[in-house]
Design a protein around this ligand. Structure first.
Ligand code: SIN
Length: 519
C-alpha cells in the first residue's frame, strides 16, 4: 500500500505552496501531475504578476477593488483574508523562501505595475513572465524537501472515498471522507490506488473547455469533475472570465497579450482605427473591468464581422517594449508583428474560472479530508469576476494556509478500511480507442461552450448547450467504460462533466452579473 500524509493533485502555485508549507510541518507529501514537466501548469503562463501592497495602497483599498470587480457578490471574509495575508505571504514565501526574481527599480525597491480596475500600481512582476518566475522559484524551494515526492505523468482519475469505494457496507452510512486517489501511471500504463490522510485538489482551470483560451491544453476542469463525482459542493460555476486580449494569429494559439500593456498605456482600436473603449466606459476606458472590455471587443467584432480588433501598443512611450515585455515582443516578432511599431491583432478568450469547488476559509470542501486551492477552488474571493493578478495571490495564500494547518486534521485510514478498497477495475476492452472520436468530442465541447456559453449568453443558447452536453456525456461515459484508459479519455470525461456543471449553473442564474452576461 502506498501512503502519504497528504496527496496534492496539481503543481501550480497553489499545489506547490501547500506542498512546501505541509513539508515544513514535517509531513510526507506527494505532488501529482499529469504532465511530463512538473512546472507545466496555468501558473507558468501567467504574464501580468501578483498583487501585493503597492504604492499608496492599503488592505481596505485592495478589498474595495476586489469587491468592485466581483460585483460585490464576493465572500467578504475571504477577500479580507487574502488582502490582509497576501502581502505578508508574498514576502515570506515568494521573496524570502522561493527567491522569486521580481523586477526592481534602480534603487533596488520593488517595481509595481498596474492592471485594469486596480486603484494603484500594486502588481509585482518579473517582466511579462511572472508566472514562470513564481513557478520555478517555488519548485526549486520544494525540491529541497526530501519529504516531498513528485509523481509526474500520473493522471488522477477519481478521489477514493469510503462511501463510494469501500466494500464494507457500514461505510456507506458514514460521512464521506477522502482516502486518496486512483491515478493512472502513464509510463507503466497501470492504475494505482494512492492513499493519504488528506487530499488537496489544486488541479487548475477550465479554459480548454472553450474554443479560444489563454490556458494550456490540460486545463479541462479535472479537479472540479473529480470533486463533483465524489459528491463535493460546487459553487459559482457560471462565472468564467474571458480575457480581452489573446493574440489572433493562425500559427500561435493560446498566447496571452498581457493586460499590463494596457496598464502601461496601450489602447484597444477597431479596424477603422478608432480607440473605442471610451464608448463603453468613459471613465476607465481601456482599464475597465475585464468582462466589460471583453464584451466591448465582442461587440466591435460583431459589428465589423472580421473576427478581431487591435491593441495599439505603439502609444506606450516611456518604456522599451522589448525590455519590459520580452516574451510578448519575441513571440509577436516571430510571426512578423513588431509591437513597438505596429498594433497587435487580438481576440478575447476563456481565461479564468471564478467558480469551483466550494471551500471555507480553511480551504476545506464539503467532504472530510478533502481540500481545494487555486483555480479549481471557489473561496468566494472573486465573486462574479476576478480582479487581475489576484489569482496567484489567492492560490498562494490558501495553499500556504492549508499546508500549515492540515497536520491536526490528518487521519490515517485504518488498515481494515484500506483493505476494503478494491484495486482499480479495468474496462473489458483493452484496445486503444479511435483518437478521431476523442478529438471530435473534445472539439464539439469547445465549440459548443464557446458559441453558447461564452462571452454573451442567452437562455436559448444555454438551453441548447445543456441539451447537447447531456447527449455527449452519455456517449463519452460509454467510451470511458469500454476504452483502454488514457490521459485523453480521462480528460474528455472530466471536460464533459465540468462543461455540464458550468452550463447548468449559467442556465439557473438568470441575472446578468460580472462575467456571466445574458443578453
Ligand atoms: C494578464 O497578464 O493580463 C493576466 C493577468 C491575470 O489574469 O491576472
Amino acid at each position: 500500500m502506498v501512503y502519504f500524509d497528504v496527496i496534492i493533485v496539481g503543481s501550480g502555485v497553489a499545489g506547490l505552496s501547500a506542498a512546501v508549507s505541509a513539508a515544513e510541518q514535517g509531513l510526507d507529501v506527494c505532488v501529482l501531475t499529469k504532465e511530463k514537466e512538473i512546472s507545466e501548469c496555468n501558473t507558468f503562463y501567467a504574464q501580468g504578476g501578483i498583487v501585493s501592497d503597492g504604492e499608496n495602497d492599503s488592505t481596505g483599498l485592495l478589498v474595495k477593488d476586489i469587491m468592485a470587480a466581483g460585483s460585490n457578490i464576493n465572500c467578504i471574509g475571504a477577500v479580507r483574508y487574502v488582502a490582509k495575508q497576501g502581502p505578508k505571504t508574498v514576502q515570506e514565501y515568494l521573496i524570502g523562501k522561493a527567491k522569486v526574481p521580481f523586477c526592481r527599480k534602480e534603487d533596488n525597491s520593488l517595481d509595481w505595475t498596474r492592471e485594469a480596475a486596480h486603484s494603484v500600481r500594486r502588481i509585482l512582476h518579473a517582466k511579462d513572465e511572472s508566472g514562470k518566475a513564481i513557478e520555478l522559484g517555488l519548485l526549486s524551494y520544494a525540491e529541497k524537501f526530501k519529504s516531498i515526492t513528485f509523481l509526474n505523468e500520473y493522471v488522477a482519475i477519481d478521489i477514493i472515498t469510503n462511501t463510494h469505494h469501500s466494500r464494507r457496507s457500514e461505510e456507506r452510512y458514514r460521512k464521506p471522507r477522502a482516502l486518496g486517489v486512483y491515478a493512472l501511471d502513464l509510463k507503466k500504463e497501470v492504475v494505482v490506488p494512492l492513499f493519504s490522510g488528506a487530499v488537496i485538489l489544486a488541479a487548475g482551470g477550465v479554459g480548454n473547455l472553450f474554443q479560444h483560451t489563454s490556458n494550456p491544453k490540460g486545463a479541462v476542469g479535472d479537479g472540479v469533475a473529480m470533486a463533483y463525482r465524489a459528491g463535493a459542493a460546487i459553487l459559482n460555476a457560471e462565472f468564467v472570465q474571458f480575457h480581452p486580449t489573446v493574440l489572433f494569429h493562425r500559427d500561435v494559439k493560446r498566447f496571452l497579450i498581457s493586460e499590463s500593456l494596457r496598464g502601461e498605456g496601450a489602447k484597444l482600436m477597431n479596424r477603422n482605427g478608432e480607440y473605442f473603449m471610451s464608448r463603453y466606459n468613459q471613465e476607465q476606458k481601456d482599464l475597465a473591468p475585464r468582462d466589460e472590455v471583453a464584451r466591448a471587443i465582442y461587440r466591435e467584432i460583431e459589428m465589423d464581422g472580421n473576427g478581431y480588433v487591435y491593441l495599439d501598443t505603439t502609444c506606450i512611450k516611456d518604456i522599451s517594449l522589448p525590455d519590459r515585455f520580452p516574451a510578448i515582443y519575441t513571440t509577436c516578432k516571430s510571426v512578423g508583428i513588431d509591437i513597438s511599431k505596429e498594433p497587435v491583432p487580438v481576440v478575447p478568450a476563456a481565461h479564468y474560472f471564478c467558480g469551483g469547488i466550494k471551500v471555507d476559509l480553511s480551504g476545506k470542501t464539503s467532504i472530510k479530508n478533502l481540500y481545494a486551492a487555486g483555480e479549481n477552488a471557489c473561496t468566494g474571493v472573486h465573486g462574479a469576476n476576478r480582479l487581475a493578478s489576484v489569482s496567484l495571490l489567492e492560490g498562494l495564500v490558501y495553499g500556504v494556509h492549508i499546508g500549515k494547518n492540515i497536520k491536526d486534521e490528518i487521519r490515517k485510514p485504518k488498515k481494515e478500511l484500506i483493505a476494503s478498497i478494491p484495486e482499480w477495475i479495468y474496462p473489458r476492452a483493452e484496445e486503444d480507442f479511435d483518437p478521431v472520436l476523442i478529438n471530435h468530442d473534445m472539439i464539439n465541447i469547445q465549440m459548443t461552450m464557446w458559441n453558447y456559453a461564452g462571452i454573451v449568453r442567452t437562455q436559448k443558447r444555454l438551453t441548447r448547450v445543456r441539451n447537447d452536453l447531456n447527449y455527449l456525456s452519455h456517449r463519452i461515459e460509454q467510451f470511458y467504460k469500454t476504452a483502454k484508459l488514457s490521459r485523453d479519455i480521462i480528460e474528455l470525461r472530466n471536460a464533459v462533466v465540468t462543461a455540464g456543471i458550468i452550463a447548468e449553473a449559467a442556465l439557473k442564474n438568470q441575472t446578468s452579473i460580472g462575467c456571466h452576461y445574458i443578453r
